[in-house]
Design a protein around this ligand. Structure first.
Ligand code: DAS
Length: 370
């Protein structure tokens, strides 16, 4: 459900129809910000001139209070500083922890964003409020399926809305400022947390609880939300507009792709179970630059022979597993490297790539391009 929301508490109608009040009560209401009145016509007119930002709320810590979850509408209403910046439409897409977001919801979210931007009166930008645990995954999925050069900013909070020093309001306000930045659309989908703007492809959550929990290893932020202005990095390339890397039209299900960890003593049981469960792809979170145990390697070879696509990424957190494999083994050529994509992101790219092709050369090309 989409609702038009004013990001202000001043125009609530708490006191408007109250009987005639004594002067003392009026003064009290005024000083406490509760004096209710409809905005004057001039205020309404200037409000209509403001650009529209759409907030798509999905839940997560930014919404959490003790034992309850705020709605997206409540998040925007609770941010009076946002009122003068834009008009807001708010949609409660879901209200769950980010670990509960499903692949089906990803497809619907991407389609909804496409629909909003393709409409007659598109918003200047869309903000997705989201739990931080899987935020990097949703951002990358949206980035790969985004067809518009309009900002899509994914944000959340490390501290619950009810905690002292909650970061949600600042992150949401900064996301609005970013959505209104004339050049933000060229970034593709981004994550904004803790005053920093990260590219969807590179961003990772690197801490369970700190405010500076997000980084883009090897790349850094693509911009910052400073107190005076939002500043985008000069190094960010211009994005091609008009066509999504992966068009979801007609796709209502993503192929099953599993991530399997390599570690000392691992056997191939989980790889064989993934094949048995119907996986069309397996991403190995390898040791080092593509390595696994001998039995995992044997199971990967069986998986390949059964037609399952295998991609090797690394559990190290930085560096590449060459896409053209480079692996010194008999599977080289039949097995892909994830480049510098993390295992969860290699999985997303493989799921989307498998909607187009299973051909190893074409898959390799897609991994080199994205
Ligand atoms: N509750 C977790 C989630 O939804 C954490 C968070 O939002 O930061 O991802």
């Amino acid at each position: 459900m989409t609702r038009m929301v004013r990001a202000t508490r001043v125009w609530g109608n708490r006191c408007v129809w109250m009987p005639v009040l004594s002067a003392a009560v009026v003064v009290l209401c005024f000083t406490t910000g509760l004096l209710a009145q409809e905005p004057p016509d001039s205020a309404r007119d200037s409000e209509l001139d403001l650009p529209r930002v759409h907030v798509l709320a999905t839940g997560g810590t930014i919404s959490n209070t003790e034992g309850d979850r705020l709605t997206g509408e409540e998040l925007v209403r609770g941010l009076p500083e946002a009122g003068p910046l834009a008009r807001y439409t708010v949609e409660q897409f879901s209200n769950v922890a980010s670990g509960a977001i499903t692949l089906d919801q990803w497809i619907r979210m991407a389609s909804r964003i496409h629909e909003l931007f393709a409409g007659d009166d598109p918003p200047v930008g869309i903000i997705v409020t989201h739990g931080t645990d899987t935020m990097e995954e949703t951002a990358y999925f949206l980035d790969l399926t985004l067809a518009w050069c309009r900002p899509v900013v994914v944000t959340g909070a490390m501290r619950r809305a009810s905690m002292a020093g909650a970061d949600g309001p600042a992150n949401l306000l900064n996301s609005i400022r970013l959505a209104l930045h004339g050049e933000a659309g060229r970034l593709g989908a981004v994550v904004l947390m803790n005053d920093e703007i990260f590219p969807a492809r590179e961003v990772v959550k690197v801490h369970t609880s700190r405010m500076n929990a997000f980084e883009a290893p090897g790349v850094g932020p693509v911009g910052v939300a400073d107190p005076d202005s939002v500043v985008l990095s000069r190094h960010v390339g211009v994005r091609e507009c008009g066509a999504a890397a992966f068009d979801l039209q007609g796709i209502d299900e993503l192929p099953r792709v599993e991530i399997i960890h390599a570690h000392l003593g691992a056997d191939g049981a989980l790889i064989r179970a993934a094949v048995e469960a119907g996986a069309r792809g397996i991403v190995l979170a390898s040791v080092g630059r593509g390595g696994s145990t001998p039995d995992q390697f044997a199971a990967l070879r069986e998986a390949r022979e059964a037609g399952v696509v295998v991609v090797r990424s690394s559990r190290t957190g930085a560096g590449r597993v060459p896409v053209g494999s480079g692996a010194r083994d008999e599977l080289a050529g039949a097995i892909l490297g994830a480049g510098d994509l993390t295992p969860p992101k290699a999985r997303i790219l493989l799921m989307l790539a498998l909607t187009l092709t299973s051909d190893p050369d074409e898959l390799r090309d897609l991994f080199l391009r994205h």
